[in-house]
Design a protein around this ligand. Structure first.
Ligand SMILES: *[C@@H]1O[C@H](CO)[C@@H](O)[C@H](O)[C@H]1NC(C)=O
Ligand SMILES: *[C@@H]1O[C@H](CO)[C@@H](O)[C@H](O)[C@H]1NC(C)=O
Length: 915
């Protein structure tokens, strides 16, 4: 390999970095860099709890309530705590346990992660008895029973079923802030803790909290992203380390374990055939979750009533013991009862992803690094030469002048603005990387200004700037809790400030765990200090989210709110979805990493982060052609679709392989572009109700118990089931098509029986099915970029259910601006249904409210599952005379194709099908 001078510089640095973090051999994660539960004083202590910690609710003092808040105190031999319970809109509860007034220090509550202040709902009734209090809320069907001794909170759903218990196992533990007393014994690591060569000073001592939460009646639970593990959460208790939630930059992460990764979302959703229940542990400190799926005798629940609808003597339950280094016990319970309800309830609390610009849903081409402007121009031209659609070219850290973000390498990207404009002139966009570590260099304006304004995170002394090593060498880290940092950061994105940037340039926020090569566990020291005296340990998991939200504000401000931002982030927390897409970080070009992509992205999706994907091809290493093709085939059906590769890998643009491979990659990407109207509609629907575009099978088929753990196959919206090939040399796969629906092969339209089927999946094809009863909009005129397709006519795929009906919709707007928020959008609803025994109708109806003057029209309708050939088809439009339509009918496939209805989706129409 010939290295250019600039590469040498980086390689030297990489060597330094490897030395710094003690990696001797490249090839797998260095587990010793990261703590186990045993090496974490608070995790070890909480996990060791075996006896009930003995909290009781004090029934005679301090029990009071207002219209939507209940207050009481609980006490054990260690301390007395405040309990507060709030009724929240849409069948949601909030349970908070904190130190009473007079605590030595205020605990951090990550309210900024929420989508504004939670909306209270009034209690309907509060019934205080000598041994328990019963609260009902909302329409009275939302019920909670607080048992005093032992202290247990029981939550019921609208069916009256007990679905969740807090402190059922009596593991509630709360270290209050204390003054250090000489001669007194404290638990291990209480005032100071050392891991490897780093000592964490704890000037305020320990303030860890923990509680157990049981999902009653449930065997399966999901969530707790991000882990490279199965979708259905495993049992960790007694088998392995608890799931760890601590945002970390893990070099070459391992699969199938519970180690922490880049994102931490302390959210679990449990599902059974009757109901779904969700729960958020709102805490931004390091958190471990010890889990177990087990069963208990029904008699154990007798105390809280005989309301369990499940039959049999024993009841399954999924238990999660949450343990956090600091913060409150702050629990939100979403009582569903359907998967859709829980998803919406969580979305109301934590927010949704705003509608992305259309290009963001298309294909992204990235590499560390495209070397210079000429390289970018060639890559751009080659996509056209080989007729492969592509929307965005990305630049990694090497595009900068010495890893100083917001600058350009003067030799290689000296005329960056021309480069961006040239790419934009072909209908495409660009993205540059912008990381939170700021090179320590007085000649770098960002460093100088931030230093002068005092905007960096401070060391434990609270005065001197915190310093660490990252890509630029010695770096400092902006403190995004400081309001001035946020306004300064926002200003950096303006076109005046960010030299050579244009509105076609978007943002990638990497390394925002934050990654500190020289820090403990490759991140920031926990005792470093943020604005307002917040210790880093209190907010660690939220740092990346605070960072991307500041970048989002910057992208908004640069066009005065006209254009939609696009940001990709590696780190994430509750609420990240409001400002960024997430990818699964530095994976590897191995089959296992392709295979883990659906479970990892499903976990994020179900936890409220819908815009997710993995590096197509794998970041580290060189994929062989088969793996690369399979990854493109899968990636085309996953929300965020970007190819990316490490700087040491061989170039892997699609035309560098055999012709067969190139064409297979091209086909995969073209499949994505054909479905863009459907993706765009799904992201629009997400903004309305929080529904995730990519969803598990159980979300659509809640009673199919044998598919609860399924994670190789998944649904896109309610209409499409995908089963990508995820293993080597696999040319046919078995698929369970859920019962209770008719199914059709997506490509051919052939009907498929539900149940287990075997699908051909030769290289170059992917098993995809359409569910009967749905209508999917597509674009069939594939062009070089989505911006050139957005006004194209639609081909609609109508798949009939058992009754010969189907429905669906398509969303359209200008694809880039916020004008849709002022009514410049259009939702057109479609319905196919029987009208008389020998007549069916297909109706298109633009919704009221939207007034986007769409150019889209319908050029073809393919109806699947039509039992006989129609005699006559005509269309009735508001504007034109009734017209006869041409059609073809395939008797073997029972497929009807209505050719050229030629009707705009902006107007109402009806097609009559006479049989
Ligand atoms: C669902 O409810 C039915 C009837 O109430 C009950 O028989 C069944 O056991 C329940 N299933 C589960 C998984 O709770
Ligand atoms: C078909 O119609 C029957 C009777 O109206 C109804 O019970 C059933 O749910 C319908 N099937 C679907 C898939 O909508």
């Amino acid at each position: 390999m010939i290295l250019k001078p600039a590469d040498w510089v980086r390689m030297d640095f990489l060597a330094v970095f490897l030395f710094l973090i003690g990696i001797s051999s490249v090839g797998s994660v260095n587990r010793h860099d990261f703590k186990t539960c045993d090496q974490s004083a608070f995790c070890k202590k909480h996990r060791a709890i075996t006896e009930n910690t003995g909290y009781q609710l004090l029934s005679n003092t301090a029990v009071k309530y207002s219209s939507s808040e209940f207050r009481a105190q609980i006490q054990n031999s260690q301390n007395k705590l405040d309990l507060r319970i709030f009724g929240i809109e849409d069948s949601t509860w909030r349970i908070q346990i904190d130190e009473p007034e007079g605590a030595l220090r205020k605990r951090y509550v990550p309210e900024l992660a929420l989508n504004g202040i939670p909306k209270a709902t009034n209690f309907k009734s509060v019934e205080i008895e000598s041994d328990k209090t019963t609260i009902t809320a909302g329409d009275g069907k939302q019920k909670m029973i607080i048992q005093y001794s032992p202290f247990v909170i029981n939550v019921y759903n609208v069916f009256g079923d007990l679905v969740l218990q807090v402190n059922r196992d009596g593991k509630l533990k709360f270290e209050e802030f204390r003054k250090k007393e000489e001669g007194k014994e404290y638990p291990e690591g209480f005032w100071e803790e050392t891991f490897k060569s780093n000592t964490d000073t704890k000037p305020h001592g320990s303030s860890d909290v923990g509680a157990d939460i049981s999902f009653i009646g449930y065997r399966h639970a999901f969530g707790l992203p991000e882990h490279a593990d199965a979708f259905s959460l495993r049992t960790t208790k007694g088998t392995t380390d608890p799931f760890r939630l601590f945002n970390l930059d893990v070099f070459e992460y391992e699969l199938h374990n519970t180690m922490a990764l880049y994102v931490s979302i302390p959210y679990i959703v449990a599902h059974n055939a009757n109901s779904t229940t969700g729960m958020l542990w709102l805490n931004s400190a390091e958190t471990w979750v010890d889990t177990s799926s087990s069963e208990s005798s029904k008699s154990l629940f007798a105390k809280v009533g005989s309301f369990l609808s499940s039959s049999g003597d024993s009841i399954p339950h999924y238990d999660a013991h949450f343990m956090s280094e600091s913060g409150l016990v702050d629990i939100f319970v979403f009582t569903g009862p359907t998967p859709q309800d829980v998803q919406r309830q969580n979305a109301k609390l934590t927010g949704t992803t705003p509608l992305p610009p259309l290009f963001a849903l298309a294909y992204h081409q990235c590499r560390w690094n495209y070397n210079d402007e000429k390289d970018v121009a060639e890559v751009n031209a080659n996509f056209d030469k080989y007729d492969i659609p592509m929307d965005v070219i990305w630049l990694d850290i090497e595009h900068t002048d010495g890893k100083k973000y917001f600058t350009w390498d003067p030799n290689r990207f000296g005329t960056a603005k021309d480069m961006i404009n040239n790419v934009a002139s072909t209908g495409r966009k660009m993205v540059t990387i912008i990381d939170p570590h700021i090179k320590k260099d007085d000649n770098y304006y960002v460093y100088k200004n931030a230093k002068d304004k005092g905007l960096f995170v401070k060391r434990a002394d609270g005065v001197t700037d915190y310093e660490g090593h990252c890509w630029p060498g010695a770096s400092e880290y902006l403190d995004f809790y400081h309001p001035e940092t946020r306004s300064y950061w926002k200003s950096l994105f303006s076109f005046d400030s960010y030299q050579q940037s244009t509105k076609d340039l978007f943002t990638w926020n990497d390394m925002n765990e934050p990654s500190v090569f020289s820090g403990p566990e490759i991140t920031m020291h926990r005792d470093s200090i943020h604005y307002g005296g917040i210790e880093h340990r209190e907010v660690h998991n939220m740092y990346g989210m605070m960072y991307t939200s500041a970048s989002f504000d910057g992208l908004m401000a640069r066009t005065d709110g006209q254009d939609r931002p696009f940001i990709l982030s590696r780190a994430g927390f509750v609420g990240t979805q409001r400002t960024a897409a997430i990818w699964t970080g530095d994976n590897a070009a191995q089959w296992g990493h392709l295979e883990i992509t659906p479970p990892m992205t499903l976990s994020l999706s179900i936890a409220g982060v819908p815009f997710i994907g993995s590096d197509v091809g794998g970041f580290f290493g060189n994929p062989d052609e088969q793996l690369l093709v399979r990854w493109y085939e899968a990636g085309a059906f996953i929300p965020f679709f970007r190819a990316h590769a490490h700087i040491d890998t061989r170039r892997r643009e699609p035309w560098l392989f055999s012709e067969a491979t190139r064409l297979q990659i091209r086909d995969a990407i073209r499949r994505r572009y054909a479905l863009l109207p459907y993706w765009y509609t799904l992201f629009y629907e997400h903004t309305q109700d929080g529904s995730p575009p990519m969803r598990p099978i159980w979300y659509e088929f809640p009673k199919e118990e044998k598919l609860y753990a399924e994670h190789n196959a998944f649904m896109l919206g309610n209409a499409i089931l995908v089963r990508p090939v995820l293993t080597a040399d696999t040319y046919s796969v078995s698929i369970d098509l859920p019962q209770g629906a008719k199914w059709y092969d997506w490509e051919t339209g052939a009907a498929k029986p539900s149940g287990t089927i075997y699908a051909d999946a030769k290289l170059g094809s992917i098993p995809v099915y359409q569910r009967g009863g749905t209508i999917v909009p597509t674009w069939q005129r594939i062009r070089r970029a989505s911006s050139l397709m957005k006004d194209d006519p639609y081909t609609l795929f109508v798949a009939l259910d058992e009754n010969g009906s189907a429905s669906g919709e398509v969303y359209a707007d200008d694809g880039t601006t916020h004008e849709y928020q002022k009514g410049q959008y259009l939702v057109t609803k479609f319905q196919y249904k029987p009208e008389k025994s020998n007549k069916f109708v297909f109706i298109g109806e633009p919704s009221e409210g939207g007034k986007y003057p769409t150019k889209n029209w319908i050029e073809r309708i393919e109806v699947r599952g039509v039992k006989q050939v129609p005699q006559h088809i005509e269309i009735i439009r508001a504007s034109d005379p009734t017209e006869k339509l041409e059609f073809t009918y395939d008797r073997d496939l029972q497929k009807l194709v209505i050719r050229k209805p030629a009707v705009s989706t902006g107007q109402s129409f009806q097609i009559n099908l006479q049989f």
